[in-house]
Design a protein around this ligand. Sequence first.
Ligand code: CDP
Length: 194
Amino acid sequence: MPFTIAIDGPAASGKGTIARAISRRFGFHHLDTGLLYRAVGAKGGDPILAAEGLSAEDLARSDLRTNEAGQAASRVAAIPEVRAALIEFQRRFAVLEPGAVLDGRDIGTVICPEAELKLYVIASDEVRAGRRATELGADPAETLAALRERDARDSARATAPLRPADDAVILDTTDMSITEAVSRAIVEVQTRRR
Ligand code: CDP
């Protein structure tokens, strides 16, 4: 049986970093599901057709990490048909052997409600904005405003809003180093794999 790990949380909370580290540590596959929505948003045109026809090339674009691409992603992510078009690919990925780590907003609640481990990673708004601004070389105040706008839209949408699953483990990384956050996550995996 494959082992599925769902990691959700608001923008720039550290989900991606934790997901990558965990997947390396356990030899699991990793899918950054935010990239799917970023690619749909960046493609332009009809977002539903973009989601239905998403290709590896679309995901390899070099301009998907910017604050603007994040905003475009969160706008198309509110469209139910866009989300529906991406479900099957994510669910198939989630059951790859020997295991898979998926990070996003609705992995524990909608995509993989049966995941063996669900983590919900949070951090204060200021810490998240600081991390993302450093990563992008962007202005911290503008980045903070962009993250807040995105979180508000992601939490308020009717389909698959951002929220922790009832059985998610909440990991607050505000005062944690990357190493500490990853170690905590590894312990949660190990407890469930025995
Ligand atoms: O890296 P960051 O946390 O800033 O964002 P991301 O994970 O790349 O996601 C970009 C946007 O895609 C989010 O703001 C959501 O609107 C959307 N998204 C989603 O709706 N569902 C997911 N499973 C993943 C991302």
